[in-house]
Design a protein around this ligand. Sequence first.
Ligand code: GLN
Length: 190
Amino acid sequence: MTRIGVLALQGDFFEHIKILRSLDVDALEIRLPAQLDSIDGLIIPGGESTTIVQLIDIYKFREKLIKTITEGLPTWGTCAGLIVLAKKLMDHRPDPLKLMDITVQRNAFGRQVDSFESNIDITGVEGPPFNCIFIRAPIVTQVGKNTEILAKVNNNRAVAVKEKNILGTSFHPELTKDTRVHELFLNMTQ
Ligand code: GLN
């Protein structure tokens, strides 16, 4: 059985756990760095990226996360999780893990449209467009030459990206009943 860990320091980790369990995956809340050795894939959930990064450093996760993910652990960041994985932010906070060759702009859709939904085609997701939920969402403003853009929203803004073993989405598939993006990630762990 595939074992997926969800970083459970802050944010909506339990929504991911519920979807994973509905797909018959052994889903585990990750609260200690050593637990990263026992999983086939990792999800860094949405929440508040400054808080998540602060807790990553307080609980001494940074070095272990960088090592394990660089060595190939399939990893998916949703929203704040995408910010945490980025190489560069347009903000001066937080200090991200710099694992994915992307530049990210936090809260990119402005205050008045902090949250919205949009049906978007995602490369690798079969069937009808995916209902993407954006909550104070970031966008990817620049990608490196090895980063693939899987989805874009209005004005060509990248909202789903993939680079080797890392997937990033600026929206929240865990807040829908549609399991297709989780399945896309599970395929990366096979
Ligand atoms: N705006 C949040 C941040 O910058 C991310 C929001 C989310 O994860 N839904 O961390």
